[in-house]
Write a protein that binds this ligand. Structure first.
Ligand SMILES: C[S@@+](CC[C@H](N)C(=O)[O-])C[C@H]1O[C@@H](n2cnc3c(N)ncnc32)[C@H](O)[C@@H]1O
Length: 298
């Protein structure tokens, strides 16, 4: 099975505005689709591919310009420094999980298979979806389901999870699926489960706080004129990236100069948000929620 089909491939690589001798980071190497196109565009340059998932090592290209960094991209600055790199010409991040995660039953990311509730991208981390479901209190579960899964009835679902786990531990994806069935009908089931599973995955991998750290660190390592290219799949992520590019800070606080001009370390390149073409959507349904934003450091 295909490891992952790259999303918005040409649009994102174009966004990097590659200089052949430049130093680039693919923060989410995965199946290496984006990396392989970056490598085609550099000669004499370098590419560092980060991925926290051990399985991504399967896809490391045999290319002397490429270095694989098996770490979380929140530590981008630290690991680039390790390779004596303090500034880069461009950073690409294609956030979230890969098709490989969804299609590997034992990783527990998908409700299509029955498996232990895991959902860790980095399998050396402690926290699993099993812990979130079986130990978080009602308020914390409500927060996760509402903020990360955008469930309108988050509190009710959280309360039911807490009640049910008192009778019996919720071990597997199937246990959770059965529990969720009371909140949806066959028509809405798939959407509802996707929202619940997405919420748990974001919590398990601390995706929002990691993204915040990464954006800040990315700004610091980019050269003036360097490009920041980010593909998001979730409105919370997208809002964060949008506001960060607009203001240069995680809080999205707009700062203005004496004349009222907005001060930002970035120039926004993608004035209109970039989404997959009809053609791409037809070929790859998993690209449907993708949004691409591009900014250049001033
Ligand atoms: C959407 S996939 C990227 C696919 C890739 N662009 C390709 O063309 O194959 C996201 C990848 O990023 C990795 N990832 C997600 N969050 C990460 C993080 N915080 N640090 C390092 N890798 C991360 C995942 O393990 C996954 O392999």
């Amino acid at each position: 099975m295909n490891y992952h089909v790259p999303v918005l491939l040409h649009e994102s690589i174009e966004g990097l505005n590659i200089v052949p001798q430049g130093i680039y980071v693919d923060a989410t190497f995965g199946g290496g689709g984006h990396s392989s196109l970056i490598l085609k565009n550099i000669s004499g340059g370098k590419l560092f591919g980060f991925d926290q998932d051990e399985d991504a090592k399967l896809n490391i290209p045999d290319n002397q310009n490429f270095t694989f960094v098996h770490h979380n991209f929140r530590y981008i600055k630290r690991f680039l420094r390790y390779y004596n790199v303090t500034q880069v010409d461009g950073i690409l991040a294609d956030l979230g999980v890969s098709s490989h995660h969804f299609d590997t039953p034992e990783r527990g990311f998908s409700f299509r298979f029955n498996a232990t509730l895991d959902m860790r991208m980095d399998t050396t981390n402690q926290l699993k979806a099993h812990d979130v479901v079986n130990t978080y209190d009602v308020d914390s579960l409500t927060y996760v389901l509402k903020e990360y899964g955008e469930l309108p009835n988050a509190k009710k679902v959280a309360y039911t999870i807490v009640q049910e786990r008192e009778k019996q531990t919720i071990h597997t994806t199937e246990d959770l699926k059965q529990l969720c069935k009371r909140f949806c009908n066959p028509k809405t089931e798939s959407k509802f489960l996707s929202q619940v599973f997405q919420a748990l995955r974001i919590e398990v991998n601390k995706e929002i706080e990691v993204l915040q750290e990464f954006l800040q660190a990315g700004l610091e390592v980019l050269k003036p004129g360097g490009r920041f290219v980010v593909i998001t799949y979730h409105s919370l992520e997208d809002r964060l990236v949008k506001n960060f590019f607009k203001t240069g800070n995680i809080q999205g606080v707009v700062k203005k100069d004496f004349y009222g001009n907005v001060q930002s370390p970035f120039q926004i390149i993608s004035k209109k948000i970039i989404t997959p073409t009809h053609e791409e959507l037809e070929q790859n349904n998993r690209s449907r929620s993708a949004k691409l934003r591009i900014a250049e450091k001033k």
